[in-house]
Write a protein that binds this ligand. Structure first.
Ligand code: NAG
Length: 210
C-alpha cells in the first residue's frame, strides 16, 4: 500500500499537468489555413454552433454548365471539423449533370447515394478504371488523390452525400485545370496533344483565355 499511494499521487499530478490532449481545435477562420489546418479558436469562445452545420438541407444551384452543385462542409465552412480528419459535402446532380473528372488531393471520399442513380468511377495511378452505376443506398469509396467522376445516370435529379478523410480535402477539376485558366493554348496543345481549334473551343466553354 505504501508504495502504491505515491505512484497514484504521481500519476494524478502527471495527468493534470499533462492534460494537454485537446478534445478539439475549432478553426479560427480569421487567420490563414496552413498545411495542418487552421489554428485553434480560444476554447472559451467555442460554442455548440461551431460543431453544427445546417447548410446541407437545401439543394445547391445546378444552373451551370455541369448541371451539378457541390455544397461543402469543409473546415472553411464548418470550423468544428478542423483538426479532426473528417468532413462532409452534399452533391446535387440535375438531369444530365456531371461532376467532371476531379481529385481531392487531401483525402479519400465515400459517396452515399440517397436519391436517383449515379454512374461513378475512378482511375488508379496505374490507369486502371473502376466505375459502376450506383442506386439509392449504394456507397462507393474513392481513394485519396485519384481522379474520379460522378454522372447522373437517371432521368430525374440525383442526390448524394459525400464524406472525406480530411477536414479540408480540396477539389481540383481536371477540365478547368486544363482549359479554364490562362495557360497559353500553345502549351495546352503540347501537353494534351489536342489541336489549336479544339483547345480554343474548350477554353471558350470553360472560361479560359490565351
Ligand atoms: C442559380 O445560378 C444561376 C446562374 O448563376 C442564377 O442565374 C440563378 O439566379 C441562381 N438561382 C438561385 C435560386 O440562386
Amino acid at each position: 500500500m505504501k508504495m502504491i499511494l505515491p505512484i497514484f499521487v504521481l500519476s494524478l499530478l502527471f495527468s493534470s499537468s499533462y492534460a494537454a490532449v485537446q478534445d478539439f481545435c475549432v478553426g479560427d477562420l480569421s487567420a490563414p489555413e496552413g498545411p495542418a489546418g487552421y489554428s485553434c479558436k480560444k476554447p472559451a469562445k467555442v460554442t455548440v454552433d461551431d460543431f453544427v452545420f445546417s447548410g446541407l438541407g437545401a439543394a445547391g444551384n445546378t444552373s451551370n454548365i455541369i448541371k451539378a452543385a457541390v455544397t461543402p462542409a469543409f473546415s472553411a465552412q464548418f470550423p468544428g471539423v478542423n483538426g479532426l480528419g473528417v468532413s462532409v459535402a452534399r452533391l446535387d446532380l440535375a438531369p444530365g449533370g456531371v461532376v467532371p473528372m476531379h481529385t481531392h488531393p487531401g483525402g479519400s471520399e465515400v459517396l452515399i447515394v440517397v436519391q436517383g442513380s449515379i454512374c461513378a468511377g475512378f482511375i488508379s495511378s496505374a490507369n486502371a478504371v473502376y466505375f459502376k452505376p450506383l442506386k439509392k443506398g449504394d456507397i462507393m469509396v474513392f481513394p485519396q488523390g485519384l481522379l474520379h467522376f460522378q454522372i447522373n445516370a437517371g432521368g430525374g435529379p440525383a442526390l448524394a452525400f459525400v464524406s472525406f478523410s480530411s477536414p479540408s480535402p480540396g477539389l481540383q477539376i481536371l477540365d478547368y485545370a486544363l482549359f479554364g485558366n490562362n495557360l497559353p493554348s500553345e502549351l495546352v496543345e503540347k501537353t494534351t496533344f489536342l489541336d489549336d481549334a479544339q483547345v480554343k473551343k474548350l477554353k471558350g466553354v470553360l472560361g479560359g483565355t490565351g
